[in-house]
Design a protein around this ligand. Structure first.
Ligand code: UD1
Ligand code: CA
Length: 459
């Protein structure tokens, strides 16, 4: 097969976003726009992907890592100038180059592939991916001649009244004969409304040379949405969310209210799991089969085993086993590992802690920096006192221990296997296995004390 390359334009600041964050790094369903584009292009197994970076170059490179090569566009003089920066990597090579914008996050590999096939089939030197837009404002317009062939692309700001009526738009995605592209780029000028070197001008240049120019119109305008401001960003989010949710539903996940369910592009969910409204499943979360998630639950970067229930709770960066019951109103903080069959009830916070199989913290507890064994019962109000104001310390609670209600375990401390801690204890020293530890003031009942007090008052 002939060489196939891609150039992804991602050097712009994104002024219209009015943001500290560079435009192409704005996330759509939790993933930066440019990463969506690179991920789709990567599916095509091209010889080379070159991303043009400029504004926020380091941040964009840090995001994309080694999934592509980079070319720096130090000054943003326009999209043609941007592509030219890839000359050291691509100029003169035989093959086809796909050019995409880092701000069109909804484009799919299927559409890019269809564009490529069309380009090869028509033997064109350039093929534009076009779409019909209900509102073409801001997009470059496709100007066709009497025979219906593409003559040129005119930018919104340069368009005549008549051209502004055209609703076939340039999606910003193209295929070019690589060698012809880099030759034509040299002829692009910046005499236009924005004083920029426009990539779409390459079309007219090649056309005037008598080369075949082709257009491939996609039915799906949604896929080609270019995000220039936050209004378009919210539109992209809605479309991507729908796409992701439908994928999961087709795979056998029940989503009760897809409009109010937010699942990241990376998340994996196994079949027969039910997601209730208001749930956000973020990052690289993996959820097993037959789980119940939500309502109103946020899970980020977690691995969740089969048959686990998480209601009205927040869990981040943790491993949660099978058949676990969490919530309502629990908080699982990073680096926690919750074993199989564990129960974490209402108003329980777990941080950087391990809970062994079958252990329970059913109500009102803080478990921080703790290693809790299997079948441990943490009574209502049990607290690991992990912080002395300077350092964090470890609490160990071994298998089968029973911690009475409202106990403080002052770390570092160990409660041995099978030990009992009496309710209301403040444990400052290790409790040996199998022992009963009572660490609270003894109760004193002063008989008839109240009536004596009252007598004194009245006299
Ligand atoms: C561009 C097209 C327009 C098309 C639209 C589709 C041009 C001149 N216009 O317009 O025909 O309808 O996309 O969404 O190409 N960039 C650089 N370096 C630069 C300038 C831009 O890397 O010097 C990058 C931006 O980061 C962005 C992409 O190129 O990812 C497109 O630039 P943008 O300014 O958004 O172009 P549009 O005005 O949307
Ligand atoms: Ca744009």
């Amino acid at each position: 097969m002939e060489n196939r390359f891609a150039v992804i334009l991602a050097a712009g600041q994104g002024t219209r976003m009015k943001s500290k964050l560079y435009k192409v790094l704005h996330p759509v369903c939790g993933k930066p726009m440019v990463q969506h584009v690179v991920d789709q292009v990567s599916k095509l197994h091209l010889n080379k992907i070159v991303t043009i970076v400029g504004h926020g170059a380091e941040k964009v490179q840090a995001q994309l890592g080694e999934s592509c090569e980079y070319a720096l566009q130090a000054e943003q003089l326009g999209t043609a100038h941007a592509v030219m920066q890839a000359a050291p990597q691509l100029e003169g090579q035989a093959g086809t180059t796909i050019v995409l914008c880092g701000d069109t996050p909804l484009i799919t590999s299927e559409t890019i592939d269809a564009l490529l096939s069309h380009h090869v089939h028509t033997k064109a030197k350039a093929t534009i991916l076009t779409a019909k837009a209900n509102d073409p404002t801001g997009y470059g317009r496709i100007v066709r001649n009497e025979e219906g062939h593409v003559a040129k692309i005119v930018e919104h700001k340069d368009a005549s009244e008549e051209e502004l009526q055209i609703n076939e738009i340039n999606t910003g995605t193209y295929c070019f004969d690589n060698a012809f592209l880099f030759e034509a780029l040299k002829q692009v000028s910046n005499e236009n409304a924005q004083g920029e070197y426009y990539l779409p001008d390459v079309i007219e240049i090649l056309k005037n040379q008598g080369e075949i120019i082709s257009a491939y119109q996609t039915e799906n305008f949604d896929e080609t949405l270019g995000v220039n401001d936050r209004v378009a960003l919210s539109q992209a989010e809605v479309i991507m969310k729908k796409r992701i949710n439908e994928k999961h539903m087709r795979n056998g996940v029940t989503i009760i209210d897809p409009q109010n369910t937010y699942i990241s592009a990376e998340a994996e969910i196994a079949r027969d799991t039910v997601i209730y409204p208001g749930s956000m499943i973020k990052g690289k979360t993996v959820i097993g089969e037959d789980c119940e998630i939500g309502p109103n639950t946020e899970i980020k970067d977690c691995i969740v085993g089969d048959s686990t229930v998480i209601r009205q709770s927040v869990a981040h960066n943790s491993e949660i086993g099978q058949n676990v019951n969490i919530g309502p109103f629990a908080h699982i903080r990073p680096q926690s590992s919750i074993g199989n069959d564990v129960k974490i009830g209402n108003f329980v916070e777990v941080k950087k802690s391990k809970m062994g199989q079958g252990s329970k913290a059913s109500h009102l507890s803080y478990i921080g920096d703790a290693e809790v064994g299997a079948d441990v019962n943490l009574g209502c109000g049990s607290i690991t006192v992990n912080y002395d104001g300077k350092n964090k310390h470890l609490t160990k609670i071994e298998d089968g221990a029973f911690i009475g209600c409202n106990s403080n375990l002052i770390a570092p401390v160990t409660v041995g296997a099978g030990a009992y801690v009496a309710a209301g204890s403040t444990i400052t020293e290790d409790v040996p296995g199998d022992a009963l530890s009572i660490a609270r003031a003894r109760q004193v009942n002063k008989e008839d004390y109240v009536s004596k007090l009252k007598l004194n008052h009245n006299s």
